[in-house]
Write a protein that binds this ligand. Structure first.
Ligand code: CA
Ligand code: CA
Ligand code: ZN
Ligand code: ZN
Length: 495
């Protein structure tokens, strides 16, 4: 069943432990621990981790991988790190050794589209494998899946390589990362086109099993700590009589309930205690084409988020992604935010509302948050991260604070006048962010301003938010916010 570790164990027999490791080997291990969330860059912004932090991360990884917990980069650990795996992080459920829930679709009938297929197997075989992957989940839940050939779909499956026009996270060639997916309600499921995708053979990588795993993420499951679970992060190889592990079933049923006769589906809605409950009182759906935004953020993986009232949506080059509740994506976060900012330096997302600040890493609330804002004023207007000095800027009225996330800050010299640093922008912006094109954007009312690297407003601004960012019609032909040429997104959500 679990052939790959045995096979690798045979190829790479245990050597004398404790031998001196090459620096490259050590660096590769640190990269791995960083990439999959065992080690976090939160220290003074250097690349050097303390040995005890690395040992702690190794222990966590070994425990999660059911390896002897030595805290050392031993042979078994290095072998495990070389195994092909899923590209998502391993933020395991720390308190209990079971499935992890990351989000949930608020409907049970989901449409999906297959955008392309791998070249390594006949397309009929590939298609059957993908359909079977959906069936594993629909067999044990009230979920139903319907394939559409065109038009809008909830879940998009596609294969891409090192670079992709519609995904900011390129793959890494054969081996290592096999696939990645978004959590609800985004719906991208991507496979590395450089893998040898196969079916009904021990050769290559089994498309059906990996697709089932990635669909698990797309439906809201995180990684399981059971190495035999489908949702384990490391691929354990082809199994002819593959079935879901009880932990996979328990996880998906905690999200969507058990499979019931058609008539009983809706009753399940009320008894989902483990799911982040979305308030049921009606709240007005915001219209992206009118009114003022609460906040804009260039988030992890290059996704642009627009916040308004209780809702958030992604903004792409070709249109708007699905609208979802703020609390459905970031559990515990209220709507009507003051400001939002993501820092690629620390991976932290900070949300501000009233006198409180929330910190998340991806969609996970950071321990100890929310906190009370005490060194800057409450009720901020906007916030942005400026990559050129790696600082976070907070705005209120006509003033700003500059904050270094990793250093002790003397904020007593703030607020300083916005106009002293940002030339040509209005006071009291409703939102602000640095964007992928290297510009800084300010938003206020229906208009936005673009600033160059000298933080001066460029010629031709302000412009219309609804037209250029929200793709609202009727308007003159399409231009992108930056005026640069962009390619329409195939998934519409994965920017
Ligand atoms: Ca790969
Ligand atoms: Ca605001
Ligand atoms: Zn995964
Ligand atoms: Zn991708």
């Amino acid at each position: 069943m679990n052939w790959q570790p045995l096979w690798l164990g045979f190829l790479l027999p245990m050597t004398v432990s404790g031998r001196a490791l090459g620096t490259a080997e050590k660096e590769a291990a640190v990269d791995y621990l960083l990439q999959y969330g065992y080690l976090q860059k939160t220290l003074e912004g250097t690349d050097d981790f303390r040995p005890e932090d690395i040992m702690e991360a190794l222990r966590a990884f070994q425990e999660a991988s059911e390896l002897p917990v030595s805290g050392q980069l031993d042979d078994a650990t290095r072998v495990r790190m070389r195994q092909p795996r899923c590209g998502l992080e391993d933020p395991f459920n720390k308190r209990t050794l079971k499935y992890l829930l990351l989000g949930r679709w608020r409907k049970k009938h989901l449409k999906f589209r297959i955008l392309n297929l791998p070249s390594t197997i006949p397309s009929q075989t590939a298609r059957a494998a993908l359909l079977q992957a959906f069936q594993y989940w629909s067999n044990v839940t009230p979920l139903t899946f319907q394939e559409v050939q065109a038009g809008w779909a909830d879940i998009h499956l596609s294969f891409h390589g090192r670079r992709s026009l519609y995904c900011s996270k390129g793959f890494d060639g054969p081996g290592k990362v096999l696939a990645h997916a978004d959590i609800p309600e985004l719906g991208s499921v991507h496979f590395d086109e450089d893998e040898l995708w196969t079916e009904r053979t021990y050769r290559g990588v089994n498309l059906r099993i990996i697709a089932a795993h990635e669909l698990g993420h797309a439906l809201g499951l995180g990684h399981s700590r059971y190495t035999q679970a489908l949702m384990a992060p490391v691929y354990t190889g082809y199994r002819p009589h593959f079935k879901l592990h009880p932990d996979d079933v328990a996880g998906i049923q905690a999200l969507y309930g058990k499979k019931t006769p058609d008539t009983g589906d809706e009753e399940e809605e009320t008894e989902l205690p483990t799911v982040p409950q979305v308030p049921t009182e009606p709240s007005p759906m915001p219209d992206p084409c009118s009114g003022e935004l609460d906040a804009m953020m260039l988030g992890p993986r290059g996704k642009t988020y627009a916040f308004k009232g209780n809702y958030v949506w992604t903004v792409t080059d070709s249109g708007l992604g699905p609208l979802f509740r703020v609390s459905a994506l970031w559990e515990g976060l209220p709507g009507n935010l003051d400001a939002a900012v993501y820092s690629p330096r620390t991976q932290w997302i900070h949300f501000f509302k009233g006198d409180k600040v929330w910190r998340y890493i991806n969609f996970r609330l950071y321990p100890g948050f929310p906190k009370i804002l005490n060194r800057v004023e409450p009720n901020l207007d906007a916030a942005l991260y400026w990559p050129l000095n790696q600082k976070v800027f907070l705005f209120k009225g006509s003033g700003y604070w500059q904050w270094d996330e990793l250093a002790r800050n003397d904020l007593s010299r703030y607020p300083k006048p916005i106009k002293g640093l940002f030339t040509g922008v209005p006071d009291q912006p409703s939102a602000a962010m640095s964007w992928r094109d290297g510009r800084v954007y300010f938003f206020k009312g229906k208009q936005y301003w673009a600033l160059n690297r000298q933080l001066r407003v460029e010629k031709g601004y302000p412009r219309d938010i609804a037209h250029n960012w929200m793709h609202c019609r009727p308007q003159t032909p399409h231009t992108t916010p930056s005026g640069e040429d962009t390619t329409p997104s195939a998934t519409g959500t994965d920017h």
